[in-house]
Design a protein around this ligand. Sequence first.
Ligand SMILES: [Zn+2]
Length: 255
Amino acid sequence: MMGGHHAACGAAAWVAVASTAPFALGWYPVSPLGVLTGALVTAGAALLPDLDHRSGTIANSLPPLTRVLAGWIETISGGHRRGTHSLLGAAVFILTAIWLGLATTDVPEFGDIAVGAGILSVLLMGFALKSLKLAGGPVQSWLLALGLSCFIAVNAPQQHDWLPIAVGLGVLAHLAGDLITTGGIMLLWPLRLKRPRPFARVPGLREIWKPGGCLAIPLLGGTGSRREWALLVPVSLYAIYGVTDAGFRWLAGLF
Ligand SMILES: [Zn+2]
């Protein structure tokens, strides 16, 4: 799935779970401002798994930091669509978010500042800006990412566990998005269950279980296919609807 589409899926997932607007599930209700900041974080977190190849778009979002990180992660995770696209990878991302979510500080007049979330958000906003082609050059990317991260740190949802929920939703939305493309993902990495040769002749199974051990439910076909676009137009509109609704409710609360 394309980067911008991953980001849209992440934001839409947060709107569905955290907004109380019509057509949202409202399972984890947060304030209107929390819907806005959480949608930003989840959109960025939905790109985290692709920080696993040093020449990828995400690796070039905030140079030189993201290039160095991508190089490390590529080595540790065994390459693109391996460790970071697995259940173990998702668990590591969520545990990191739990740890960073604990770092908050109380500042007079501003209240609770989510310091850990703000630091992580610098990266996540860099990814989101790059994938949505809103960044421009490296200097603009850094400045925009830093500005948005300060906004998130100050206006983060008040719930203590929002950061791991947002990061978990974003990462799982990414895994689901890549799972339904032809390439698939190695969900059980580091277990690499290679497909036995006779299975290659079984229609249906050969598309789902790849020879190298990847799993795919190829509903969308290849990355960037027409079917992917057909799915992502309504998903993006839903994310825009949820964020706009939260923006209006926040503004209404100010007056
Ligand atoms: Zn991916």
